[in-house]
Design a protein around this ligand. Structure first.
Ligand SMILES: *Cc1c(COP(=O)(O)O)cnc(C)c1O
Length: 425
């Protein structure tokens, strides 16, 4: 492997410098182009060096983190950063850890976390880097060296290698599995409870369903047994009543457990992601009883898992949107999720390119398995997905039976013009 690109020309063959300068049109900084040129010189014969270097530079330029048009119809697309963001951030400093009243050192939980707690009807909340970190911290802080009781049907893998038994092992707690894969009863938990039981853990089966001969224990039933109940909700729907949606909760949210109702049912703590059904940036939230949230906050691991001001600012905007009850309008996630197929069809027709087609969108992100939403988009013959992805901005589309489909549900209306232009080319 070539070493890091240095800014001095010392020891560098002049040919590499010259080659790098010839690539300047790609917009990449010179040290990156020097690295591109060096690799090209090392790996191929002199006749193809320019061609190989130009391809590599184009590939690196396209690979930079950048906005893309999501025309897949998957609202929480794992490859596209899950929840669509609505952020514009002022440059410079913030009062991240400054108490504005006293002028002394403040607490970074005072902004986004406390507003989220209010929005969720929880005593307190703590923000960490993602949902996995929230589970890890909660279990480590509350149960290290002790036992955590989990139903066999909930000792699951969420995806991306996040397995409840593994996270539990990392936390230093001991997993005590109860019940069976399809049926677990309160008596199973009661029998497993002893002096060493730290918490009961319930895990939302975010991305699959068990149907048929099944039985599980509700949070309310479990909360009556004794040990605190921690519920890993995953997707983080804030309130089953969706007071931020003018039309109330959509039917496809019917079976999705929500933060407020789970806490009302007696959960001591819940954990959830910021970038699933909350509609915010990547983050993990621990919410619930003040004393337990405080134990999480004070644990040394909390510092290793805390997010910075960019995330907290974006999350504060999200919390304010819920508290203002206009999250249905201000958060792109909810605008997309509740878009009327008739409007989507009209937008598709007004693109003036391709055939207008009906399609089905999904929530994605490991949330709401099996749920699809009627949608509309445009379709063109052949697989042009590579060409769309190579455009500026890149457009990510779906290919079905040698036809390229663009679902308008996940395309921001202000992106319609660039989508039409990309399809026209
Ligand atoms: C998504 C999910 C997680 C992991 O959250 P990340 O934000 O992806 O780290 C954990 N538990 C459940 C139930 C989930 O759905």
């Amino acid at each position: 492997m070539a070493g890091p690109a240095s800014s001095e020309g010392a020891g560098r063959p002049p040919s590499i410098d010259r080659l790098a300068r010839q690539l300047a049109g790609t917009g990449l900084p010179h040290p990156v182009l020097v690295d591109v040129a060096r690799r090209a010189v090392e790996t191929c014969g002199s006749d193809r060096v320019m061609e190989v270097a130009a391809e590599d530079a184009a590939r690196r330029s396209r690979g930079l983190l950048q906005p893309v048009v999501n025309a897949t119809g998957v609202i929480l697309h794992t490859n596209l950063g899950r929840s669509p963001l609505a952020v514009s951030h002022p440059a410079g400093y913030s009062n991240l850890e400054l108490d504005m009243a006293s002028g002394r050192r403040g607490d970074r939980s005072a902004h986004a976390a406390s507003l989220l707690a209010l929005a969720a009807g929880s005593e307190a909340a703590l923000v960490v880097n993602n949902g996995a970190a929230a589970v890890l911290l909660a279990l480590t802080a509350l149960a290290a060296g002790r036992e955590v009781v989990v139903s066999r049907g909930e000792a699951v893998e969420i995806g991306g290698g996040f397995r409840i038994p593994d996270v539990l092992a990392q936390s230093g707690a001991r997993l005590v599995e109860v019940g069976t894969t399809n049926r677990t009863r309160v008596a199973d938990y009661q029998r497993a409870t002893g002096a060493d039981t730290a918490v009961f853990l319930q895990v939302h089966r975010s991305n699959f369903a068990i149907i048929g001969f099944t039985e599980s224990v509700s949070t309310a039933e479990l909360a009556g047994v004794g040990p605190p109940v921690v519920v890993d909700l995953g997707s983080g729907l804030l309130d089953q009543g969706c007071p931020w949606l003018a039309g109330g909760p959509p039917p496809w949210l019917r079976d999705e457990p929500a933060v407020r109702q789970t806490l009302d049912a007696g959960a001591a703590l819940v954990t959830f992601s910021g970038d699933k059904l909350l509609g915010g940036p990547q983050a993990g939230i621990i919410a619930g009883r003040g004393d337990l949230v405080e134990r999480c906050r004070r644990h040394p691991l909390a510092r290793a898992l805390r997010p910075g001001s960019l995330i907290l600012q974006a999350l504060q905007d999200v919390a304010l949107a819920y508290l203002e009850r206009d999250a249905g309008i201000t958060l792109p996630l909810w605008r997309m999720a509740t878009a009327d197929p008739v409007d989507l069809r009209r937008r598709a027709a007004s693109l003036g390119v391709g055939r207008v087609v009906d399609c089905r969108s999904v929530m994605g992100g490991g949330a709401l398995p099996g749920v699809t939403m009627a949608s509309a988009g445009v379709e063109v013959d052949g697989d042009i997905s590579d060409r769309l992805r190579a455009g500026r901005p890149p457009v990510i589309a779906t290919v079905r039976q040698d036809r390229t489909v663009c679902d308008l549900r996940t395309v921001l209306p202000e992106q319609d013009a660039v989508l039409a232009e990309a399809l026209q080319r």
